[in-house]
Design a binder for this molecule. Structure first.
Ligand code: ZN
Ligand code: ZN
Length: 357
């Protein structure tokens, strides 16, 4: 840097090995790394960065869109700063230290220290950035608060109303589908309402994809079928807007039901169309029964209670009614070994006792 150390043009040997700016040794006589680094703007910081967060659900606005990846406030500030600080492309071995201070709910102050190597010279710099925290309601919360919806899954049952158990299962399945779609990034696939009716349950959904996924999941797990009924509700930006009703019918009989077929009690294991896959508890055999052969539904295996076996007499078991303490008799199913002192699951169908597995 000292101009007095410059050498005259006639002394070629020396000029070739020193920096023309500072006179320090430099191979080939080029401007040395130190001088280049000093003349280079290698660190540029914007005065402020801003983060937009939905106050209702915590979603974050990024590049014009909303996303649900929740990050701690400090971590988010660090990420934003790291992304906005501009460093020279030749800077190597970079280390960045950020200290954050919250000034108010809406503002934080970040002090950034950056170290690195530029043209072989160690450089160090610092800057201050203000982080602005903005609140804005996200697209999903806007839709929810505006009662926006794209479809309704109407769950009903054939020839009866869905049982409390089915309503509970339906709700569980719908919520599971919703959270798995949300997790996969479909943030507008929300359930806006779950409403129980006299005839069943209505699930109001924010996206048609969620509606059809829920309807498919319910019929896959509980049987039955659904049909879709679109209805034109208007036009938006030149596109027709439809709402879809997914009309779902649970089967007349469902898994776990105990039904009466030709005087025998059977447990429904599954429903495929109009065929029921049933377990005959007396014979221990599984068979397929056409729905029309079912005399009636006798109950559900979930209604069974634990009864104590008091004695065994041949193929008869004496079992103790847990409510009255009275001993009653039930036939021992073929091939089953049940000894006194153990408990069995028994469902009552009127006066008849049904011994379950
Ligand atoms: Zn130099
Ligand atoms: Zn939100």
């Amino acid at each position: 840097m000292c101009p007095t150390r410059r050498y005259s043009g006639s002394d070629m040997d020396i000029r070739e090995t020193i920096c023309p700016l500072c006179g320090n040794p430099s191979p080939g006589g080029e401007v040395c790394g130190q001088c280049r680094a000093e003349k280079t703007l290698w660190l540029e910081c914007p005065p402020r960065v801003s983060a937009v967060i939905c106050p209702t659900c915590g979603a974050r606005k990024e590049a014009g869109g909303w996303c649900d990846l929740h990050i701690e406030r400090d971590e988010l500030a660090r990420q934003l700063i790291t992304r906005t600080i501009r460093l020279h492309p030749d800077l190597r071995d970079i280390s960045l230290a950020i200290t954050l201070d919250d000034i108010s709910v809406n503002r934080s102050r970040a002090e950034c220290r950056v170290c690195g190597t530029l043209f072989g010279v160690r450089v160090e710099g610092s800057c201050g950035i203000e982080v602005e925290w903005k609140r804005e309601q996200c697209d999903r919360c806007c839709r929810i608060s505006g009662s926006y919806y794209e479809g309704v899954v109407q769950v009903r049952a054939t020839g009866r109303r869905p049982s409390a158990r089915e309503v509970e299962e339906t709700t569980r399945i719908a919520c599971a589908v919703e959270s798995s779609m949300m997790e996969s990034g479909e943030r507008l696939s929300f359930i806006s309402r779950l409403e129980e009716h006299r005839d069943g349950i209505d699930i109001t959904v924010g996206s048609q994809r969620l509606g059809s996924e829920i309807a498919a999941a319910i019929t896959r797990e509980l049987g039955g079928r659904f049909t879709t009924h679109p209805k034109l509700v208007g036009e938006k930006a030149g596109r027709q807007v439809f709402r879809i009703t997914y009309s779902l019918r649970l089967p007349r009989y469902s898994r776990g039901d105990i039904i009466l077929v030709s005087g025998r009690h059977m447990e429904v294991l599954g429903v495929e169309g109009r065929q029921l896959r049933c377990l005959d508890h007396v014979s221990g055999l599984v068979r397929s029964v056409p729905e029309r052969q079912v005399e009636r539904r006798a109950g559900h295996k979930g209604d069974a209670a634990a009864w104590m076996v008091a004695f065994r007499d041949g193929d008869l078991l004496g079992v103790l009614d847990p409510r009255t303490g009275i001993t009653r008799e039930v036939k021992l199913p073929q091939g089953r070994e049940i000894s006194p002192g153990t408990t069995v699951r028994i469902m009552e169908d009127g006066d008849r006792l049904v011994l379950l597995e």
